[in-house]
Design a protein around this ligand. Structure first.
Ligand code: FPP
Length: 254
């Protein structure tokens, strides 16, 4: 189990170990160029490729991307279906490269809502890259932070039915074992592109102590230089995890 930021003070480094990103602004990028919104998503896939490569080079171990939220089904049907096609294409085209680059792919979210062909491709891609460990790339698809906490609660009770009669035995450690990303450390750095400053039901449990970085840049324009700017900013942050600044200066404090 990874260290919980509310239970113990995690080790921190200059380069974030886990980066989580909301890739926002694809639609506006396209609209400004008088293109259909879907052209922005297609361009967004290229940015995903750049950022995966840059994270691998920088030594980031976990990169988690919010590709499709539980609420994104509310978009026009045409846009939803284009996004699904892009996922399928990306899985078909990129999985070989991911495997070569030492990337392990994980997909989190309620996958039961996706068509069977997409589910099969997702399982096959996860399987094919399962031996890799250099960079864990997690794509959140039909994901919502509240959904994650609810599914974890259900899974915990299913695993230990006796808990319902002993609620005092339910603690953070017990519940968080069942969260979608229980195998990963919590995000150190959260990036949102596109100018909005919201968490939008992303990893709401896991980001209790993440540093939040916002940029006006639209996702299709995001790449290695913008990622480096976020890392430079991250390095200046004093991560206290509830302690005082003075405590950080004491011997042994991170
Ligand atoms: C937000 O921009 C972006 C999305 C909802 C989809 C993100 C998907 C991709 C980048 C492509 C596929 C990803 C993978 C992992 C293969 P928006 O449409 O909300 O932009 P707007 O705020 O300007 O309207």
């Amino acid at each position: 189990m990874a260290t919980s930021s509310t239970q113990a003070v995690p080790d921190t480094r200059d380069i974030p170990e886990h980066v989580a990103i909301i890739m926002d602004g694809n639609g506006r990028w396209a609209t400004r160029r008088l293109l259909p919104r879907t052209a922005g998503h297609a361009k967004g896939v290229q940015a995903v490729r750049r950022v995966v490569e840059a994270c691998g080079r920088a030594g980031v171990r976990y990169l988690t991307l919010f590709a499709f939220s539980s609420e994104n089904w509310r978009r026009p049907a045409e846009e939803v279906s284009l996004l699904m096609r892009l996922f399928v294409q990306a899985l078909e085209r990129e999985v070989g490269k991911l495997e070569e680059q030492g990337v392990r792919l994980h997909v989190i979210g309620d996958l039961s809502a996706f068509e069977p062909r997409l589910q099969e491709l997702i399982f096959a891609a996860q399987e094919r890259t399962a031996h890799n460990d250099r960079l864990h790339l997690t794509v959140a698809a039909n994901y919502g932070g509240r959904w994650d906490i609810l599914q974890a609660t259900r899974a915990m009770l299913a695993a230990e039915p006796g808990l319902a009669a002993q609620p005092q035995r339910v603690d953070e450690e017990r519940l968080s074992r069942h969260l979608s990303m229980a195998w990963a450390p919590e995000p150190d750095l959260f990036i949102r592109t596109g100018g909005e400053q919201r968490i939008s039901n992303f990893l709401i449990w896991q980001m209790a102590y993440a540093e939040f970085y916002f940029t006006d840049r639209f996702w299709p324009d995001f790449g290695a230089a913008e990622l480096q700017a976020a890392f430079d900013w991250y390095r200046t942050r004093e991560r206290r995890f509830g302690r005082t600044s003075a405590q950080l200066g004491e011997d042994g404090a991170q």
